[in-house]
Design a protein around this ligand. Structure first.
Ligand code: NAP
Length: 283
């Protein structure tokens, strides 16, 4: 199968590596000529260019640009695509992308491979990024089943677990488990860094270890990605942030009132609830 990838960064480059290792012919297009050259020189793709007409004979095209460029990229790609080509994207927010892309290409399937690292760009591309990770597809009533099946089969071949849901349900769910944690984690780093006593701040930085590493990881990643998910998933993220603020207020109230029983009740509940989010996929 001949596959095209537009946007050779962390996700596009990692997809290219895995698809190529599974015997597919992978053609990559990126904005900068230099990126295309690096991808070719490192054997990440079979062919590369900064021009979309490279993809004139692909069976499947993955749009892996930043969110803001996905729909405009598809618009520019359409004149070059074979009529039966299936197009999918990897954007972290789905409803606005699916709304813009569906009228542009009949065989468009919204997608979101839920894997990443703190890295960005072609240098950060790595093999096996999507193994054991969820891969969400967000078809609408108008999406041809054959297109969904084709992308689902590719996602399975990457070792991902495939889920299908409506775009807005995806966006509300990822607001909770991905976009809210990003903001909470960034807020943690900002609050700690705001400590006014230099001696305390200095010692805190020296003592920070695995707990801080875990809780600050997603807040210390690519800033562009954080801004993009906030812009594109604004209502769902705001709703989650406001509910999170209410939870913080309950903790503050219990601690101010020295109501240790109330605090214990809340923490016992969260201890039980955590496992419901981190169950193994086979459970
Ligand atoms: P990234 O590492 O910054 O890669 C994006 C690449 O797209 C850049 O390297 C850039 O390549 C290229 N690009 C930018 N504008 C372009 C355009 N107009 N046309 C063609 N190529 C363009 O970002 P990423 O983390 O891979 O994210 C890409 C997509 O994956 C986003 O939509 C994001 O929402 C989604 N996603 C990200 C993660 C994550 O954790 N990072 C996880 C799942 C999904 P040049 O070097 O050529 O400029």
């Amino acid at each position: 199968m001949k596959v095209g990838i537009v946007g050779l960064g962390l996700i596009g480059g990692s997809l290219a590596l895995d698809l190529r290792s599974r015997g597919m012919v992978v053609l990559g297009v990126s904005r900068q000529k230099k990126t295309a050259q690096i991808a070719l020189a490192r054997g990440i793709v079979d062919g590369a260019s900064d021009r979309l007409d490279l993809l004139s004979a692909v069976e499947v095209a993955f749009l892996c640009t930043p969110l803001r460029a996905i729909a405009s990229t598809l618009k520019s790609l359409v004149p070059h695509l074979p009529p039966e080509a299936v197009v999918t994207d990897v954007g972290s927010v789905k409803a606005p992308i699916v709304e813009e892309c569906t009228p542009l290409w009949r065989h468009f399937v919204g997608g979101h491979p839920m894997a990443g690292t703190a890295g960005q760009g072609i240098e950060a591309a790595q093999s096996h990024l999507f193994a054991k990770a969820p891969y969400v597809l967000t078809p609408t009533g108008a999406t041809p089943a054959v297109a969904v099946e084709k992308i689902a089969a590719i996602a399975h071949s990457l070792g991902s677990t495939v889920y299908c849901c409506p775009p807005d349900v995806h966006d509300r769910a990822v607001a909770w488990i991905s976009h809210l944690p990003l903001m909470v984690s960034a807020g943690l780093i900002a609050a700690c860094s705001g400590e006014g006593d230099g001696e305390v701040l200095d010692l805190a930085r020296k003592l920070a270890s695995s707990g801080f590493r875990d809780t600050s990881r997603v807040g210390g990643g690519n800033p562009e990605l954080g801004v993009m998910v906030a812009r594109y998933n604004r209502p769902a993220l705001l709703r989650s942030l406001q509910q999170y603020r209410q939870c913080l207020d309950r903790f503050i109230a219990a601690i101010e009132a020295e109501d240790w029983l109330a605090l214990a009740g809340q923490l016992e509940l969260t201890q039980q609830q955590r496992s419901q989010f981190l169950r193994a996929p086979s459970d």
